[in-house]
Design a protein around this ligand. Structure first.
Ligand SMILES: [Zn+2]
Ligand SMILES: [Zn+2]
Length: 254
Protein backbone atom coordinates (compact mmCIF):
# COMPACT_ATOMS: atom_id res chain seq x y z
CA UNK A 1 0.00 0.00 0.00
CA UNK A 2 2.80 2.37 1.02
CA UNK A 3 4.69 1.60 -2.25
CA UNK A 4 1.51 2.23 -4.23
CA UNK A 5 1.08 5.66 -2.62
CA UNK A 6 4.73 6.54 -3.34
CA UNK A 7 4.36 5.52 -7.02
CA UNK A 8 1.16 7.58 -7.33
CA UNK A 9 2.87 10.61 -5.78
CA UNK A 10 5.79 10.25 -8.22
CA UNK A 11 3.41 10.05 -11.19
CA UNK A 12 1.50 13.10 -9.94
CA UNK A 13 4.63 15.19 -9.46
CA UNK A 14 5.90 14.13 -12.94
CA UNK A 15 2.58 15.22 -14.45
CA UNK A 16 2.76 18.57 -12.62
CA UNK A 17 6.35 19.27 -13.72
CA UNK A 18 5.49 18.23 -17.30
CA UNK A 19 2.51 20.58 -17.49
CA UNK A 20 4.63 23.35 -15.90
CA UNK A 21 7.19 22.97 -18.71
CA UNK A 22 4.49 23.26 -21.37
CA UNK A 23 3.05 26.35 -19.67
CA UNK A 24 6.31 28.28 -19.20
CA UNK A 25 5.57 31.81 -20.42
CA UNK A 26 7.72 32.93 -23.34
CA UNK A 27 7.98 35.28 -26.27
CA UNK A 28 5.93 34.25 -29.30
CA UNK A 29 7.56 34.95 -32.65
CA UNK A 30 5.62 34.68 -35.93
CA UNK A 31 7.24 34.59 -39.34
CA UNK A 32 6.23 32.80 -42.54
CA UNK A 33 9.72 31.33 -43.00
CA UNK A 34 11.38 33.37 -45.73
CA UNK A 35 10.00 36.92 -45.67
CA UNK A 36 10.89 39.93 -43.49
CA UNK A 37 7.34 40.42 -42.10
CA UNK A 38 7.41 39.41 -38.43
CA UNK A 39 5.25 39.69 -35.32
CA UNK A 40 6.58 39.26 -31.78
CA UNK A 41 4.39 39.08 -28.71
CA UNK A 42 5.91 39.56 -25.26
CA UNK A 43 4.69 37.71 -22.20
CA UNK A 44 2.76 40.78 -21.04
CA UNK A 45 0.95 40.96 -24.39
CA UNK A 46 2.71 43.84 -26.17
CA UNK A 47 2.86 42.96 -29.85
CA UNK A 48 5.72 44.22 -32.01
CA UNK A 49 5.08 44.34 -35.74
CA UNK A 50 8.16 44.48 -37.98
CA UNK A 51 8.30 45.21 -41.73
CA UNK A 52 4.59 44.71 -42.33
CA UNK A 53 4.31 44.66 -46.12
CA UNK A 54 1.09 42.67 -46.43
CA UNK A 55 -1.60 43.61 -43.90
CA UNK A 56 -3.66 40.61 -45.09
CA UNK A 57 -0.98 38.34 -43.60
CA UNK A 58 -1.01 40.02 -40.19
CA UNK A 59 -1.92 37.38 -37.63
CA UNK A 60 -3.47 39.62 -34.93
CA UNK A 61 -4.78 43.18 -35.43
CA UNK A 62 -2.69 45.86 -33.66
CA UNK A 63 -3.87 47.75 -30.57
CA UNK A 64 -2.82 51.07 -29.01
CA UNK A 65 -0.19 49.45 -26.74
CA UNK A 66 1.58 47.78 -29.70
CA UNK A 67 4.66 48.86 -31.65
CA UNK A 68 5.50 49.07 -35.38
CA UNK A 69 9.10 48.92 -36.63
CA UNK A 70 10.07 49.43 -40.29
CA UNK A 71 13.68 48.68 -41.28
CA UNK A 72 13.38 50.68 -44.52
CA UNK A 73 10.44 52.23 -46.32
CA UNK A 74 11.84 52.40 -49.86
CA UNK A 75 11.12 48.74 -50.70
CA UNK A 76 7.55 47.40 -50.73
CA UNK A 77 8.44 44.02 -49.22
CA UNK A 78 9.12 45.88 -45.93
CA UNK A 79 6.56 48.68 -45.85
CA UNK A 80 2.89 49.33 -46.46
CA UNK A 81 1.93 52.99 -46.05
CA UNK A 82 -1.77 52.28 -45.37
CA UNK A 83 -0.90 49.91 -42.50
CA UNK A 84 1.81 52.23 -41.14
CA UNK A 85 -0.32 55.39 -41.31
CA UNK A 86 -3.26 53.79 -39.51
CA UNK A 87 -1.13 51.95 -36.92
CA UNK A 88 -2.59 52.83 -33.48
CA UNK A 89 0.59 52.46 -31.37
CA UNK A 90 4.15 53.79 -31.20
CA UNK A 91 6.34 53.40 -34.27
CA UNK A 92 9.85 53.79 -35.65
CA UNK A 93 9.72 54.10 -39.44
CA UNK A 94 13.24 53.73 -40.87
CA UNK A 95 14.82 55.75 -38.09
CA UNK A 96 16.97 55.47 -35.01
CA UNK A 97 15.29 55.76 -31.64
CA UNK A 98 14.19 54.05 -28.47
CA UNK A 99 10.84 52.81 -27.26
CA UNK A 100 10.36 51.49 -23.76
CA UNK A 101 7.17 49.91 -22.51
CA UNK A 102 6.49 47.63 -19.56
CA UNK A 103 9.10 44.88 -19.80
CA UNK A 104 10.16 45.72 -23.35
CA UNK A 105 13.01 47.86 -24.69
CA UNK A 106 13.49 48.66 -28.38
CA UNK A 107 16.51 50.30 -30.01
CA UNK A 108 16.68 51.42 -33.65
CA UNK A 109 20.25 51.30 -35.01
CA UNK A 110 21.27 52.83 -38.33
CA UNK A 111 22.72 50.46 -40.93
CA UNK A 112 23.48 50.32 -44.66
CA UNK A 113 21.25 48.67 -47.29
CA UNK A 114 23.79 48.84 -50.12
CA UNK A 115 27.44 49.65 -49.78
CA UNK A 116 28.05 52.96 -51.54
CA UNK A 117 24.45 54.20 -51.19
CA UNK A 118 24.22 57.74 -49.92
CA UNK A 119 22.65 57.88 -46.46
CA UNK A 120 19.01 58.94 -46.39
CA UNK A 121 17.85 61.99 -44.44
CA UNK A 122 17.53 60.11 -41.14
CA UNK A 123 21.06 58.68 -41.19
CA UNK A 124 20.83 55.11 -42.51
CA UNK A 125 19.56 53.24 -45.56
CA UNK A 126 18.43 50.28 -43.45
CA UNK A 127 17.79 50.07 -39.70
CA UNK A 128 18.45 47.22 -37.30
CA UNK A 129 15.87 46.87 -34.54
CA UNK A 130 16.96 45.40 -31.27
CA UNK A 131 14.15 44.09 -29.06
CA UNK A 132 14.87 43.15 -25.46
CA UNK A 133 11.96 41.56 -23.62
CA UNK A 134 11.42 38.80 -21.06
CA UNK A 135 15.18 38.13 -20.83
CA UNK A 136 15.51 37.48 -24.58
CA UNK A 137 17.41 39.71 -27.03
CA UNK A 138 16.11 39.67 -30.63
CA UNK A 139 17.31 41.69 -33.65
CA UNK A 140 15.72 42.19 -37.07
CA UNK A 141 18.31 43.27 -39.62
CA UNK A 142 16.02 44.22 -42.52
CA UNK A 143 17.96 44.23 -45.80
CA UNK A 144 21.38 44.88 -44.33
CA UNK A 145 24.00 45.00 -47.07
CA UNK A 146 27.12 45.72 -45.04
CA UNK A 147 30.12 43.39 -45.34
CA UNK A 148 30.62 43.54 -41.58
CA UNK A 149 29.21 45.21 -38.48
CA UNK A 150 30.77 48.35 -37.09
CA UNK A 151 32.19 48.31 -33.54
CA UNK A 152 29.29 50.49 -32.42
CA UNK A 153 26.71 48.07 -33.84
CA UNK A 154 28.56 45.08 -32.36
CA UNK A 155 28.58 46.55 -28.88
CA UNK A 156 24.78 46.96 -29.01
CA UNK A 157 24.30 43.46 -30.46
CA UNK A 158 26.46 41.76 -27.84
CA UNK A 159 24.78 38.65 -26.38
CA UNK A 160 22.12 38.42 -29.08
CA UNK A 161 19.77 35.43 -28.80
CA UNK A 162 17.70 35.61 -32.00
CA UNK A 163 18.72 37.11 -35.37
CA UNK A 164 16.25 37.67 -38.21
CA UNK A 165 18.78 37.86 -41.05
CA UNK A 166 18.76 37.77 -44.84
CA UNK A 167 21.08 35.47 -46.83
CA UNK A 168 20.18 36.02 -50.47
CA UNK A 169 18.99 39.33 -51.85
CA UNK A 170 20.28 40.82 -55.09
CA UNK A 171 18.83 44.23 -54.09
CA UNK A 172 21.34 44.63 -51.25
CA UNK A 173 24.44 43.23 -52.93
CA UNK A 174 23.81 39.73 -51.61
CA UNK A 175 23.48 37.59 -54.75
CA UNK A 176 23.14 33.78 -54.75
CA UNK A 177 26.34 32.30 -53.36
CA UNK A 178 27.25 35.45 -51.40
CA UNK A 179 28.88 34.86 -48.00
CA UNK A 180 27.81 38.25 -46.64
CA UNK A 181 24.87 37.09 -44.46
CA UNK A 182 26.85 34.12 -43.10
CA UNK A 183 29.82 36.35 -42.22
CA UNK A 184 27.57 38.84 -40.45
CA UNK A 185 26.07 36.01 -38.36
CA UNK A 186 29.54 34.70 -37.48
CA UNK A 187 30.38 38.14 -36.06
CA UNK A 188 27.41 38.14 -33.67
CA UNK A 189 26.90 34.40 -32.99
CA UNK A 190 23.22 34.42 -31.99
CA UNK A 191 21.59 31.30 -30.56
CA UNK A 192 18.84 31.18 -33.22
CA UNK A 193 18.80 32.46 -36.81
CA UNK A 194 15.46 33.02 -38.54
CA UNK A 195 16.01 33.69 -42.26
CA UNK A 196 14.13 36.51 -43.99
CA UNK A 197 15.35 36.54 -47.63
CA UNK A 198 16.53 33.01 -48.42
CA UNK A 199 16.36 30.48 -51.27
CA UNK A 200 16.88 26.74 -51.65
CA UNK A 201 20.70 26.91 -52.00
CA UNK A 202 21.13 29.34 -49.10
CA UNK A 203 18.90 27.23 -46.83
CA UNK A 204 20.99 24.13 -47.56
CA UNK A 205 24.23 26.03 -47.08
CA UNK A 206 23.05 27.46 -43.73
CA UNK A 207 21.92 24.04 -42.49
CA UNK A 208 25.39 22.69 -43.34
CA UNK A 209 26.96 25.30 -41.04
CA UNK A 210 24.43 25.56 -38.19
CA UNK A 211 22.25 22.95 -36.53
CA UNK A 212 18.79 23.05 -38.14
CA UNK A 213 15.55 23.17 -36.16
CA UNK A 214 12.10 23.20 -37.71
CA UNK A 215 8.54 24.17 -36.91
CA UNK A 216 5.73 23.49 -39.38
CA UNK A 217 3.83 26.37 -37.78
CA UNK A 218 4.48 30.04 -38.55
CA UNK A 219 5.10 30.67 -34.88
CA UNK A 220 7.55 29.52 -32.23
CA UNK A 221 7.74 30.19 -28.51
CA UNK A 222 11.14 31.30 -27.20
CA UNK A 223 12.31 31.54 -23.61
CA UNK A 224 15.83 32.14 -22.31
CA UNK A 225 15.87 28.64 -20.75
CA UNK A 226 15.23 26.71 -23.96
CA UNK A 227 17.70 28.50 -26.23
CA UNK A 228 20.20 26.15 -27.92
CA UNK A 229 23.80 26.16 -26.66
CA UNK A 230 25.26 27.16 -30.03
CA UNK A 231 24.03 28.94 -33.16
CA UNK A 232 21.08 27.15 -34.79
CA UNK A 233 19.03 27.76 -37.93
CA UNK A 234 15.23 27.78 -37.72
CA UNK A 235 13.13 26.51 -40.64
CA UNK A 236 9.62 27.82 -40.11
CA UNK A 237 6.24 27.33 -41.72
CA UNK A 238 6.38 26.13 -45.33
CA UNK A 239 10.17 25.70 -45.23
CA UNK A 240 9.79 23.75 -42.00
CA UNK A 241 7.48 21.26 -43.71
CA UNK A 242 9.45 20.81 -46.91
CA UNK A 243 13.05 20.76 -45.64
CA UNK A 244 12.85 19.13 -42.19
CA UNK A 245 13.45 15.52 -43.36
CA UNK A 246 15.97 16.26 -46.11
CA UNK A 247 18.08 18.44 -43.82
CA UNK A 248 17.61 16.24 -40.76
CA UNK A 249 16.25 19.12 -38.71
CA UNK A 250 15.19 18.70 -35.11
CA UNK A 251 11.66 19.67 -34.14
CA UNK A 252 11.26 22.91 -32.14
CA UNK A 253 8.30 21.46 -30.34
CA UNK A 254 6.42 24.34 -28.76
ZN1 LIG B 1 13.71 43.01 -48.72
ZN1 LIG C 1 15.31 46.41 -49.35
Amino acid sequence: MKAKIIIMMCLLSAAISCSKKADVPGISLFNYGSIPQTEIETVSGTRIYIDIADPQMVIKPPKAEDILLITHSHHPDHYNSVFADSFPGKKLIAEEGNIETAGCKITGIKAIHNIGDPYLAKGGTDYIFLIEADGVKIAHFGDIGQESFSDEQLSLLNGLDVALMQFENQYSGMPAGSDKGYNLIKQIQPKIIIPTHVQDASIKKACGIWKPYFSVKNGVKITKDILPGSTSFMLMGYNGSIYSKELNAQSWDN
